[in-house]
Design a protein around this ligand. Structure first.
Ligand code: NAP
Length: 278
Protein backbone atom coordinates (compact mmCIF):
# COMPACT_ATOMS: atom_id res chain seq x y z
CA UNK A 1 0.00 0.00 0.00
CA UNK A 2 1.24 3.48 -0.86
CA UNK A 3 -0.04 6.77 0.47
CA UNK A 4 -0.52 9.39 -2.24
CA UNK A 5 1.19 12.59 -1.14
CA UNK A 6 -1.25 15.35 -2.10
CA UNK A 7 1.05 18.04 -0.76
CA UNK A 8 3.88 16.97 -3.06
CA UNK A 9 1.63 16.60 -6.12
CA UNK A 10 -0.01 19.97 -5.46
CA UNK A 11 3.41 21.57 -5.05
CA UNK A 12 4.47 20.28 -8.46
CA UNK A 13 1.27 21.65 -10.07
CA UNK A 14 1.87 25.06 -8.45
CA UNK A 15 5.50 25.03 -9.61
CA UNK A 16 4.35 24.21 -13.15
CA UNK A 17 1.99 27.22 -13.03
CA UNK A 18 4.60 29.49 -11.44
CA UNK A 19 7.24 28.56 -14.03
CA UNK A 20 4.92 29.16 -16.99
CA UNK A 21 3.85 32.54 -15.62
CA UNK A 22 7.47 33.56 -15.05
CA UNK A 23 8.68 32.22 -18.39
CA UNK A 24 6.00 34.08 -20.37
CA UNK A 25 6.17 37.11 -18.05
CA UNK A 26 2.37 37.09 -17.62
CA UNK A 27 0.47 39.57 -15.46
CA UNK A 28 -2.42 37.69 -13.91
CA UNK A 29 -4.99 38.75 -11.33
CA UNK A 30 -7.49 36.74 -9.26
CA UNK A 31 -10.36 38.42 -7.39
CA UNK A 32 -11.33 36.57 -4.22
CA UNK A 33 -14.67 37.69 -2.81
CA UNK A 34 -15.66 36.62 0.69
CA UNK A 35 -18.89 37.62 2.44
CA UNK A 36 -19.34 37.29 6.19
CA UNK A 37 -17.31 35.75 8.97
CA UNK A 38 -17.31 32.02 8.24
CA UNK A 39 -14.05 30.82 9.86
CA UNK A 40 -13.50 27.91 7.46
CA UNK A 41 -14.03 30.24 4.47
CA UNK A 42 -11.49 32.66 5.94
CA UNK A 43 -8.90 29.87 6.16
CA UNK A 44 -9.58 28.79 2.55
CA UNK A 45 -9.32 32.38 1.30
CA UNK A 46 -6.00 32.90 3.10
CA UNK A 47 -4.64 29.67 1.61
CA UNK A 48 -5.74 30.78 -1.86
CA UNK A 49 -3.96 34.11 -1.40
CA UNK A 50 -0.78 32.31 -0.32
CA UNK A 51 -0.93 30.06 -3.37
CA UNK A 52 -1.37 33.15 -5.61
CA UNK A 53 1.70 34.71 -4.05
CA UNK A 54 3.72 31.56 -4.68
CA UNK A 55 2.65 31.37 -8.32
CA UNK A 56 3.14 35.07 -9.09
CA UNK A 57 -0.58 35.85 -9.41
CA UNK A 58 -1.88 39.14 -7.95
CA UNK A 59 -4.83 38.54 -5.65
CA UNK A 60 -7.48 41.19 -5.06
CA UNK A 61 -9.48 40.49 -1.93
CA UNK A 62 -13.00 41.81 -1.38
CA UNK A 63 -14.00 41.07 2.23
CA UNK A 64 -17.64 42.08 2.60
CA UNK A 65 -19.75 42.21 5.75
CA UNK A 66 -22.31 39.52 6.61
CA UNK A 67 -25.23 41.85 5.86
CA UNK A 68 -24.13 42.54 2.25
CA UNK A 69 -27.12 42.43 -0.10
CA UNK A 70 -27.28 40.40 -3.29
CA UNK A 71 -27.39 43.62 -5.29
CA UNK A 72 -24.18 44.91 -3.68
CA UNK A 73 -22.40 41.64 -4.33
CA UNK A 74 -23.57 41.56 -7.95
CA UNK A 75 -22.18 45.08 -8.40
CA UNK A 76 -18.76 43.94 -7.20
CA UNK A 77 -18.86 40.89 -9.46
CA UNK A 78 -19.81 43.18 -12.34
CA UNK A 79 -16.89 45.51 -11.66
CA UNK A 80 -14.52 42.51 -11.58
CA UNK A 81 -16.04 41.28 -14.86
CA UNK A 82 -15.10 44.64 -16.40
CA UNK A 83 -11.67 45.00 -14.79
CA UNK A 84 -8.92 43.95 -17.21
CA UNK A 85 -6.42 43.40 -14.37
CA UNK A 86 -8.67 40.61 -13.08
CA UNK A 87 -8.55 37.37 -15.03
CA UNK A 88 -10.31 35.10 -12.56
CA UNK A 89 -13.16 35.66 -10.11
CA UNK A 90 -13.79 33.45 -7.15
CA UNK A 91 -16.77 33.92 -4.84
CA UNK A 92 -16.15 31.92 -1.69
CA UNK A 93 -19.14 29.73 -0.80
CA UNK A 94 -21.29 29.43 1.25
CA UNK A 95 -22.89 32.88 1.03
CA UNK A 96 -25.21 34.31 3.69
CA UNK A 97 -28.86 33.28 3.27
CA UNK A 98 -30.08 36.63 1.83
CA UNK A 99 -27.91 36.03 -1.25
CA UNK A 100 -28.82 33.50 -3.94
CA UNK A 101 -25.62 31.61 -4.80
CA UNK A 102 -26.86 30.54 -8.23
CA UNK A 103 -27.66 34.14 -9.23
CA UNK A 104 -24.19 35.27 -8.20
CA UNK A 105 -22.38 32.42 -9.96
CA UNK A 106 -24.33 32.99 -13.17
CA UNK A 107 -23.35 36.69 -13.01
CA UNK A 108 -19.63 35.90 -13.21
CA UNK A 109 -18.22 36.25 -16.73
CA UNK A 110 -17.92 32.59 -17.75
CA UNK A 111 -14.40 33.35 -19.10
CA UNK A 112 -13.38 34.41 -15.57
CA UNK A 113 -15.19 31.59 -13.73
CA UNK A 114 -12.11 29.85 -12.32
CA UNK A 115 -14.18 27.62 -10.03
CA UNK A 116 -15.98 26.25 -13.13
CA UNK A 117 -19.37 26.54 -11.43
CA UNK A 118 -21.07 28.66 -14.13
CA UNK A 119 -23.63 26.70 -16.18
CA UNK A 120 -21.65 27.37 -19.37
CA UNK A 121 -18.52 25.79 -17.88
CA UNK A 122 -20.48 22.90 -16.33
CA UNK A 123 -21.92 22.25 -19.79
CA UNK A 124 -18.46 22.33 -21.35
CA UNK A 125 -17.24 19.80 -18.80
CA UNK A 126 -20.11 17.50 -19.86
CA UNK A 127 -18.97 17.58 -23.49
CA UNK A 128 -15.28 17.30 -22.59
CA UNK A 129 -14.35 20.79 -23.83
CA UNK A 130 -12.81 22.35 -20.78
CA UNK A 131 -12.20 26.05 -20.52
CA UNK A 132 -11.78 25.51 -16.81
CA UNK A 133 -11.23 22.33 -14.87
CA UNK A 134 -13.58 21.50 -12.00
CA UNK A 135 -10.95 22.07 -9.28
CA UNK A 136 -11.45 19.20 -6.83
CA UNK A 137 -12.15 16.47 -9.43
CA UNK A 138 -9.29 17.72 -11.64
CA UNK A 139 -7.00 17.59 -8.60
CA UNK A 140 -8.09 14.01 -8.00
CA UNK A 141 -7.23 13.11 -11.61
CA UNK A 142 -3.73 14.52 -10.99
CA UNK A 143 -3.43 12.32 -7.90
CA UNK A 144 -4.54 9.24 -9.84
CA UNK A 145 -2.11 10.06 -12.67
CA UNK A 146 0.69 10.44 -10.11
CA UNK A 147 0.35 6.72 -9.37
CA UNK A 148 0.97 5.88 -13.06
CA UNK A 149 -2.51 4.32 -13.32
CA UNK A 150 -4.31 4.32 -16.66
CA UNK A 151 -8.02 4.89 -15.94
CA UNK A 152 -9.13 3.38 -19.26
CA UNK A 153 -11.35 0.34 -18.74
CA UNK A 154 -11.17 0.55 -14.94
CA UNK A 155 -14.27 0.18 -12.75
CA UNK A 156 -14.64 3.61 -11.12
CA UNK A 157 -17.15 4.18 -8.34
CA UNK A 158 -17.86 7.68 -7.02
CA UNK A 159 -19.88 7.99 -3.81
CA UNK A 160 -21.65 11.36 -3.90
CA UNK A 161 -23.40 13.25 -6.70
CA UNK A 162 -22.91 16.91 -5.76
CA UNK A 163 -22.44 19.48 -8.50
CA UNK A 164 -19.00 20.43 -7.24
CA UNK A 165 -17.50 16.99 -6.63
CA UNK A 166 -19.45 13.82 -7.46
CA UNK A 167 -20.98 14.65 -10.84
CA UNK A 168 -17.93 16.35 -12.45
CA UNK A 169 -15.71 13.62 -10.96
CA UNK A 170 -17.77 11.02 -12.80
CA UNK A 171 -17.37 13.02 -16.03
CA UNK A 172 -13.58 13.30 -15.79
CA UNK A 173 -13.25 9.56 -15.15
CA UNK A 174 -15.61 8.86 -18.04
CA UNK A 175 -13.62 11.11 -20.38
CA UNK A 176 -10.58 8.96 -19.56
CA UNK A 177 -12.59 5.86 -20.50
CA UNK A 178 -13.33 4.59 -17.01
CA UNK A 179 -16.52 2.58 -16.47
CA UNK A 180 -18.21 4.91 -14.04
CA UNK A 181 -20.89 4.38 -11.40
CA UNK A 182 -22.08 7.37 -9.36
CA UNK A 183 -23.68 6.42 -6.03
CA UNK A 184 -25.83 8.47 -3.66
CA UNK A 185 -28.08 8.11 -0.65
CA UNK A 186 -30.67 6.06 -2.58
CA UNK A 187 -28.16 3.60 -4.04
CA UNK A 188 -29.04 0.02 -3.21
CA UNK A 189 -26.35 -2.50 -2.21
CA UNK A 190 -23.74 0.24 -1.85
CA UNK A 191 -21.18 -2.14 -0.32
CA UNK A 192 -21.36 -4.49 -3.31
CA UNK A 193 -21.19 -1.65 -5.82
CA UNK A 194 -18.14 -0.16 -4.08
CA UNK A 195 -16.45 -3.55 -3.90
CA UNK A 196 -16.38 -3.63 -7.72
CA UNK A 197 -14.25 -0.50 -7.83
CA UNK A 198 -10.67 -0.42 -9.07
CA UNK A 199 -10.86 3.30 -8.28
CA UNK A 200 -13.14 4.36 -5.43
CA UNK A 201 -13.78 8.07 -4.78
CA UNK A 202 -15.59 8.94 -1.54
CA UNK A 203 -17.28 12.38 -1.47
CA UNK A 204 -19.98 11.87 1.13
CA UNK A 205 -19.15 14.15 4.04
CA UNK A 206 -19.43 11.47 6.74
CA UNK A 207 -16.45 10.44 8.86
CA UNK A 208 -15.48 6.78 8.59
CA UNK A 209 -18.24 6.07 6.02
CA UNK A 210 -16.11 3.81 3.79
CA UNK A 211 -15.21 0.67 5.70
CA UNK A 212 -12.82 -2.14 4.76
CA UNK A 213 -15.62 -4.47 3.60
CA UNK A 214 -16.55 -1.92 0.87
CA UNK A 215 -13.09 -1.99 -0.72
CA UNK A 216 -11.66 -4.48 -3.20
CA UNK A 217 -8.12 -5.70 -2.61
CA UNK A 218 -5.69 -3.54 -4.57
CA UNK A 219 -8.13 -0.66 -5.17
CA UNK A 220 -7.10 2.99 -5.38
CA UNK A 221 -9.10 4.86 -2.74
CA UNK A 222 -9.49 8.65 -2.95
CA UNK A 223 -10.93 10.34 0.13
CA UNK A 224 -12.52 13.72 -0.60
CA UNK A 225 -14.26 14.08 2.75
CA UNK A 226 -13.37 16.90 5.11
CA UNK A 227 -15.11 16.18 8.39
CA UNK A 228 -14.44 16.86 12.04
CA UNK A 229 -14.46 13.85 14.36
CA UNK A 230 -15.67 13.91 17.98
CA UNK A 231 -12.32 15.40 19.11
CA UNK A 232 -12.58 18.16 16.47
CA UNK A 233 -9.81 16.62 14.37
CA UNK A 234 -10.00 16.85 10.57
CA UNK A 235 -10.81 13.45 9.04
CA UNK A 236 -12.03 12.03 5.76
CA UNK A 237 -14.89 9.75 4.69
CA UNK A 238 -12.70 6.64 4.79
CA UNK A 239 -11.90 4.50 7.81
CA UNK A 240 -8.22 4.96 6.92
CA UNK A 241 -6.58 2.54 9.41
CA UNK A 242 -8.66 -0.43 8.33
CA UNK A 243 -9.02 0.41 4.63
CA UNK A 244 -5.40 1.36 3.88
CA UNK A 245 -3.92 -2.18 4.17
CA UNK A 246 -6.28 -3.36 1.38
CA UNK A 247 -5.42 -0.60 -1.10
CA UNK A 248 -2.75 -0.23 -3.74
CA UNK A 249 -2.91 3.54 -3.17
CA UNK A 250 -4.87 5.72 -0.78
CA UNK A 251 -5.07 9.45 -0.05
CA UNK A 252 -4.79 10.63 3.54
CA UNK A 253 -6.84 13.40 5.19
CA UNK A 254 -5.33 15.90 5.66
CA UNK A 255 -2.65 16.01 2.96
CA UNK A 256 -4.49 14.25 0.14
CA UNK A 257 -7.21 15.85 -1.98
CA UNK A 258 -7.39 19.09 0.03
CA UNK A 259 -4.17 20.74 -1.23
CA UNK A 260 -5.00 19.79 -4.82
CA UNK A 261 -8.12 21.95 -5.07
CA UNK A 262 -6.15 25.17 -4.58
CA UNK A 263 -3.39 24.05 -6.96
CA UNK A 264 -5.99 23.45 -9.69
CA UNK A 265 -7.48 26.87 -8.97
CA UNK A 266 -4.07 28.36 -9.78
CA UNK A 267 -3.97 26.37 -13.00
CA UNK A 268 -7.45 27.65 -13.89
CA UNK A 269 -6.39 31.25 -13.27
CA UNK A 270 -3.53 30.77 -15.73
CA UNK A 271 -6.00 29.19 -18.18
CA UNK A 272 -8.26 32.23 -17.74
CA UNK A 273 -5.45 34.56 -18.74
CA UNK A 274 -4.75 32.49 -21.85
CA UNK A 275 -8.45 32.29 -22.71
CA UNK A 276 -8.75 36.06 -22.50
CA UNK A 277 -5.61 36.98 -24.37
CA UNK A 278 -5.03 34.30 -27.01
P1 NAP B 1 -22.73 17.11 -0.50
O1 NAP B 1 -23.18 18.13 -1.47
O2 NAP B 1 -23.28 17.08 0.88
O3 NAP B 1 -22.95 15.67 -1.16
C1 NAP B 1 -22.81 14.48 -0.45
C2 NAP B 1 -23.21 13.33 -1.31
O4 NAP B 1 -23.10 12.14 -0.53
C3 NAP B 1 -24.66 13.42 -1.81
O5 NAP B 1 -24.73 13.12 -3.17
C4 NAP B 1 -25.38 12.37 -0.98
O6 NAP B 1 -26.45 11.70 -1.65
C5 NAP B 1 -24.27 11.36 -0.72
N1 NAP B 1 -24.57 10.57 0.47
C6 NAP B 1 -24.92 11.01 1.69
N2 NAP B 1 -25.19 9.98 2.51
C7 NAP B 1 -25.01 8.87 1.78
C8 NAP B 1 -25.15 7.50 2.05
N3 NAP B 1 -25.53 7.05 3.25
N4 NAP B 1 -24.89 6.62 1.06
C9 NAP B 1 -24.50 7.04 -0.18
N5 NAP B 1 -24.36 8.34 -0.49
C10 NAP B 1 -24.61 9.24 0.48
O7 NAP B 1 -21.15 17.17 -0.31
P2 NAP B 1 -19.96 17.65 -1.28
O8 NAP B 1 -19.98 19.11 -1.41
O9 NAP B 1 -19.92 16.81 -2.51
O10 NAP B 1 -18.72 17.26 -0.36
C11 NAP B 1 -18.49 15.94 0.08
C12 NAP B 1 -17.34 15.92 1.06
O11 NAP B 1 -16.17 16.40 0.39
C13 NAP B 1 -17.52 16.88 2.25
O12 NAP B 1 -16.91 16.30 3.39
C14 NAP B 1 -16.78 18.13 1.83
O13 NAP B 1 -16.31 18.87 2.95
C15 NAP B 1 -15.63 17.52 1.08
N6 NAP B 1 -15.06 18.41 0.06
C16 NAP B 1 -13.70 18.47 0.03
C17 NAP B 1 -13.08 19.26 -0.91
C18 NAP B 1 -11.59 19.30 -0.94
O14 NAP B 1 -11.01 20.20 -1.51
N7 NAP B 1 -10.92 18.36 -0.33
C19 NAP B 1 -13.82 20.00 -1.83
C20 NAP B 1 -15.21 19.88 -1.81
C21 NAP B 1 -15.82 19.07 -0.86
P3 NAP B 1 -27.83 12.46 -2.08
O15 NAP B 1 -27.44 13.29 -3.27
O16 NAP B 1 -28.75 11.35 -2.41
O17 NAP B 1 -28.24 13.27 -0.89
Amino acid sequence: MKIIDGKAVSQSVKERVRDEIAEKNLKIGLAVIIVGNNQASRVYVNNKKKACEFCGISSYEYALPEETTEEQLLEIVESCNNDSRINGILVQLPLPSQINEKTVIEHIDSNKDVDAFHAVNVGKIMIGEYSFLPCTPAGIMELIHSTGTDVSGKECVVIGRSNIVGKPMGMLLLHENGTVTICHSRTKNLTEVCRRADILVAAVGKAGFVTADMVKDGAIVIDVGMNRNAEGKLCGDVDFDNVAPKCSYITPVPGGVGPMTIAMLMENTLRAKKLQTL
